[in-house]
Design a protein around this ligand. Structure first.
Ligand code: F6R
Length: 243
């Protein structure tokens, strides 16, 4: 079941997403979080709310969607670094309450342990962005809906999308990532997906109005009971139904 909120621009999108998220910024809640450019404005609103309204993250637990394979935590482009720079360093969350998949060491064991940790601590709200090819997390087109957290090869299109961050470092985009699977994501009690810009319009259309198919991983969300989708006008241009 989708609730679709269409707003004018990215600033409004970030505010509308915060309005949904703020109900979960309470002691004991478990947040599933995402990296990428889409949630950055929401994170800014969360930081502002922490500073102005003293909303505390001391008893909030987080699980991130994914991490590149092969990057140490302190790598400039690791998702560990991204999350600390964009959110965690600016709120009072406890480091031991932060979970981000590890892309180093025994990857299979890490993925299994990650799913076990989520099983014990079910996610109240999972934040998602969407790739221009319809991926969520790093579940690329063709990923079986049944997978839990796993290691995956990144599609060339995704590596290209992310090259803008690695090129200035003179480094290659990693070839693999460790990601929550679609079965893991679907276990979240609520889902909040944010998408902005024209290059997301096709994926958004497929997710909301296409058939449920592994060719467009986000279409699985049609089977979830509680999904809020916040998009800007540009990402909504191909939609045919009224929302
Ligand atoms: C991020 C993630 C990805 C992104 C997606 C959109 O943790 O799992 O699925 O949400 O690639 O990225 P942006 O927001 O940069 O367009």
């Amino acid at each position: 079941m989708f609730k679709v909120i269409i707003v004018e621009n990215y600033e409004e999108l970030s505010k509308a997403a915060f309005e949904v998220m703020k109900d979960y910024l309470k002691p004991g809640k478990v947040l599933g979080l995402a990296t990428g450019s889409s949630p950055v404005g929401l994170y800014k609103n969360m930081i502002k709310d922490h500073i102005q309204n003293k909303t505390s993250y001391k008893d909030i637990i987080t699980f991130n969607l994914d991490e590149y394979v092969g990057l140490p935590k302190d790598h400039k482009e690791s998702y560990y670094t991204f999350m600390h720079e964009q959110l965690f360093n600016h709120v009072d969350i406890k480091e031991e309450n932060i979970h981000i998949p590890s892309g180093l060491g025994d990857l299979e064991a890490n993925c299994k342990a990650y799913d076990e940790a989520i099983e014990k601590c079910p996610v109240d709200i999972q934040l998602l962005g969407i790739g221009s090819n319809g991926h969520i997390g790093f579940n690329e087109p063709g990923t079986p809906f049944t997978l839990g957290t796993h290691v995956t090869d990144l599609k060339e299109s995704t590596r290209k999308d992310n090259a803008r961050f690695f090129d200035p470092l003179g480094e290659e985009v990693p070839y693999q990532a460790c990601t929550m699977g679609l079965a893991t994501i679907m276990k979240a009690k609520n889902i909040l997906l944010v998408a902005n810009g024209e290059n997301k319009a096709k994926a958004v259309k497929g997710m909301l109005e296409g058939e449920v198919s592994e060719d467009l991983p986000a279409s699985i969300l049609q089977n979830h009971p509680n999904v809020t989708v916040v998009i800007d006008k540009a990402a909504s241009t191909l939609l045919e139904k009224k929302y």
